[in-house]
Ligand binder design. Structure first.
Ligand SMILES: [Fe+2]
Length: 276
């Protein structure tokens, strides 16, 4: 089976076919797809058939798995895997039922001191239509801003809290609620490129500003940096294993389907550096 690597859009995303993660992968092929992921920031490997053990082995080719704080979603036998099932989504404190990852554009787990470099999502069950996920290239989002604005953002830092969702256990809330401070603009440790780095839902405040002012500032910024040119909307197929580089990408899930159908993703995250 020949490996084929094809861009999915002009500025973000690449599709890989001809790779079977249930089998040993030749070193040259692994190096090739690792580079494709670094170059394109989101990589979809099609047509995988992986049990949880095989999924973990595949994802670990790209790094070290780390703890997730959505404790009620974790697989009993493999707690490194979160089972994100739309049909089991509990209502939030306001009584709203919103699918995982569908509230705002965001990067994952910014409430951790060393947030994940990659999020891997494996499509287990999909609604008849919809359930898409969009991704935005924040290297481009940042460098497209006027020079003076780019410079003015460099000194800003965010304080990051854990969300108050019912599916996060009390112990995890304490352990992962330490309010780490991250730069708003981070430099990718492997590519050296700068990117906007923020999770509005986890934003406690920007250092030196009050919470409301901080939220308004970030929402306005996101409205301007996320554009059709730097965005790719992924239509899932069963067996897709998708990797997203959280250090340079914001993403959001779409609420465009009947959640009772059970859109199910297995999610694994890989430890990253302290953002700098
Ligand atoms: Fe997410």
């Amino acid at each position: 089976m020949a490996v084929s690597i094809t861009p999915l859009s002009e500025n973000i995303g690449v599709e890989v076919t001809g790779v079977d993660f249930s089998q040993p992968l030749p070193a040259a092929e692994l190096a090739e797809i690792k580079q494709a992921l670094l170059d394109h920031l989101v990589m979809v490997v099609r047509d995988q058939s992986l049990d949880p053990k095989q999924l973990l082995a595949a994802v670990r080719l790209f790094g070290e798995t780390m703890e997730q704080h959505l404790t009620d979603t974790l697989m009993d036998e493999h707690p490194e895997i979160a089972v994100l099932d739309s049909s089991k989504m509990p209502p939030d404190k306001q009584g709203r039922v919103i699918p995982f990852g569908a509230r705002t554009w965001h990067t994952d787990h910014t409430n951790h001191e060393r947030p994940p470099k990659y999020t891997a999502l494996y499509a287990i069950n999909l609604p008849a239509s919809g359930g898409d996920t969009s991704f935005a290239n924040m290297n481009f989002g940042y460098t497209a801003l006027p020079q003076e604005e780019q410079a003015s953002l460099l000194d800003l830092q965010t304080v990051n809290k854990i969300e108050d969702f019912g599916y996060i256990g009390e112990e995890a809330r304490v352990k992962f609620g330490t309010l780490p401070v991250h730069p708003l603009i981070r430099t990718h440790p492997e590519t050296g490129k700068k990117a906007l780095y923020v999770h509005p839902g986890k934003l406690e405040r920007i250092v030196g500003r009050d919470p409301d002012e901080s939220q308004t500032f970030i929402n306005d910024l996101l409205d301007r940096v996320i554009t059709p040119e730097n965005t790719y909307r992924h239509k899932w197929r069963l067996g897709d294993l998708l990797f997203c580089d959280n250090r340079a990408v914001l993403h959001r899930a779409h609420k465009d389907y009947d959640m009772a159908e059970g859109r199910v993703m297995h999610r694994v995250i890989l430890r990253g550096d302290r953002p700098a």
